[in-house]
Design a protein around this ligand. Structure first.
Ligand code: MG
Ligand code: ZN
Length: 364
């Protein structure tokens, strides 16, 4: 990591002097070839702070120079659900809380996977939830209610998504005798992640590794999220026109809902580890825009000094505390690296994530 950083800063120096243009990240171009959007579900600034106190290494978040904040309220409510927030980021439309890929009037709106596929991008979706859960679904499906997971599964099979990994086998069963995957040229592995060697052009690949959600880190999920991201990048970068990949740390949100600190800390550190893997690739590649953000904050989480009533506390010891078991309206952080990363500075609406990506891709 240190070696890569050094090379990157030297490159920045040279591009700065010679070209006197471009951003200060060592970017080769203003227009990204690839876009990787990483979503920590329920990950506010306090959750991002976790690895700073519960990990030995310097967290990867310190390596981002372009940082912003997003307002996450949905089209219907001050406090959003994951479905509406993901729809805002995937399509640019603020919608009602239960909506997946449809606007306030339940009209389907095009998402990043559909728009970028038309431009020749290969696309991938990875989650530690079922791949049919609200956040990933908003990147390929259009349904009026997030709980229509069997319909969402059908739409995934028929979508433009070239790679997917996560849980949710049960939502793909009972398709009236039709082999959904075979019919749609998707090779699905139900046992374990593995590299995709010599992919057939046009073939699509899926890893469905549990009936419903993936196990938690505390239950032994190990490096699934990071490994799936590496495998996806290897495969998707074989395309000739770039790729779009969405990676979700889904269970940060569930740990927050449960006010379960150990669950939260382990899921957060796993997400950090995955961001590290992706950023290492982007630093070497130089043409990949990486955006790390959240759909909303959950739990009203804080890393508080120990003690009560504001007096006599132990300011040298941290206690993870939660204000709620619900989502909150707190602004969420956005970290960006790569070509166009500076666009993500400032305070803006979550739908701005979609518009900023589109502006960068359009400026080709
Ligand atoms: Mg989610
Ligand atoms: Zn939630």
């Amino acid at each position: 990591m240190h070696r890569i950083l050094t090379i990157s800063s030297v490159f920045t120096l040279f591009t700065g002097i010679i070209l006197a243009q471009g951003s200060a990240t060592g970017d080769k171009a203003e227009t990204p070839r690839n876009v990787i959007l990483m979503i920590g579900d329920g990950m506010g600034v306090a959750q991002v702070s976790i690895p700073y106190y519960y990990m030995d290494e310097e967290p990867v978040f310190s390596q981002f120079k372009y940082i912003g904040l997003c307002r996450t309220s949905s089209g219907s409510d001050l406090v959003t659900q994951s479905s509406a927030a993901a729809t805002a980021m995937s399509s640019g439309y603020k919608t009602y809380n239960m909506a997946v890929g449809v606007d306030m009037d339940t009209v389907p709106q095009k998402n990043l996977v559909e728009i970028l596929s038309e431009k020749g991008f290969m696309t991938g979706i990875i989650a530690t939830s079922p791949v049919t859960d609200a956040t990933p679904a908003a990147f390929y499906a259009h349904v009026p209610d997030r709980y229509m997971q069997r319909e969402i599964a059908q739409q995934l099979a028929r979508s433009e998504v070239d790679f997917f990994a996560g849980g949710g086998i049960k939502y793909f069963l009972d398709t009236a005798g039709v082999d959904l995957f075979k019919e749609n040229h998707i090779q699905v592995d139900y046992s374990k992640l593995k590299k995709i060697r010599n992919p057939n052009p046009g073939d699509r690949y899926g890893f469905l590794l549990s009936a419903d959600r993936m196990p938690a880190i505390l239950e032994g999920r190990k490096d699934f999220l990071s490994d799936a991201s590496s495998i996806a990048i290897d495969f998707l970068s074989t395309g000739k026109d770039g790729f779009f990949l969405m990676v979700e740390g889904s269970q940060i949100d569930w740990a927050d809902h449960g006010n379960h600190a150990e669950y939260l800390i382990t899921e957060m550190n796993d997400f950090e580890h995955t961001v590290r893997t992706v950023l290492e690739y982007a630093m070497k590649d130089g043409e990949t825009l990486v955006i790390v953000t959240a759909d909303h904050e959950t739990g009203g989480f804080a890393l508080a000094a120990a003690g009560e009533n504001g007096y006599g506390g132990d300011y040298d010891s941290i206690v993870p505390v939660f204000a709620t078991t619900m989502h909150s309206a707190t602004l969420v952080p956005v970290f960006a690296y790569g070509p166009g990363a500076e666009k993500f500075m400032g305070v803006y609406e979550n739908s701005g994530i979609f518009h900023k990506i589109m502006e960068l891709i359009r400026s080709e």
